[in-house]
Design a binder for this molecule. Structure first.
Ligand SMILES: C[S@@+](CC[C@H](N)C(=O)[O-])C[C@H]1O[C@@H](n2cnc3c(N)ncnc32)[C@H](O)[C@@H]1O
Length: 159
């Protein structure tokens, strides 16, 4: 079976927005005290430009007014992001502080019944996992985390 790009836009939900938040300049310089990865990452890794990401949305017929981009470091963009409610929060910042900032600013906006999907909750990036554990402990979140594979995991916000 194969799909035409337009097939996706026809079946798409029309009353929701996808927010894409990234520096589009790669990782910030890691906090050395919080990230063992600071030994190998110095900032700027994984940079993919805004234009390249937008081109990829365009290629699949998904670049329209339902996709919004927040360019900049999370600490600068997320506090004032005009996002009201979130159904699915996908967390993929790799660094302790990036995961913490994502949860600090966006978790309160996740609706009850919404999902938090963690890209890095495995053994390969312990600081990213610890950031989640610390946030959950600080906010008394005890809903079990369900594993997806060696890295991915999620939980459903109860209230
Ligand atoms: C592993 S990549 C994932 C990219 C994308 N989610 C994907 O799956 O292709 C991690 C991304 O997080 C971004 N990032 C990490 N910390 C950030 C921060 N504090 N502010 C903005 N972007 C950040 C990096 O620029 C990088 O694009």
């Amino acid at each position: 079976m194969h799909f035409h790009a337009g097939d996706f836009s026809r079946v798409r939900v029309k009353d929701r927005v996808v927010w894409v938040s990234d520096s589009f300049e790669g990782l910030p310089r890691p906090d050395e005290a919080k990230n063992a990865e600071a030994r190998i990452w110095s900032g700027g890794e994984m940079a993919v430009s805004l234009e390249e990401v937008q081109d990829n949305f365009r290629r699949y017929g998904l670049f329209d007014e339902q996709v919004r981009f927040l360019k900049g470091y999370f600490k600068d963009t997320l506090p004032k992001a005009p996002i009201e409610r979130i159904a699915v929060l996908r967390v993929d910042g790799d660094l302790y502080e990036s995961v913490t900032q994502t949860l600090d600013y966006l978790y309160p906006k996740v609706s009850a019944g919404g999902y938090i999907i963690l890209d890095d909750y495995g053994d390969h990036l312990p600081p990213a996992r610890k950031a989640v554990d610390d946030y959950r402990a600080a906010h008394g979140i005890t809903t079990p985390i369900e594993r997806i594979d060696y890295s991915g995991a999620f939980w459903r916000k109860e209230k």
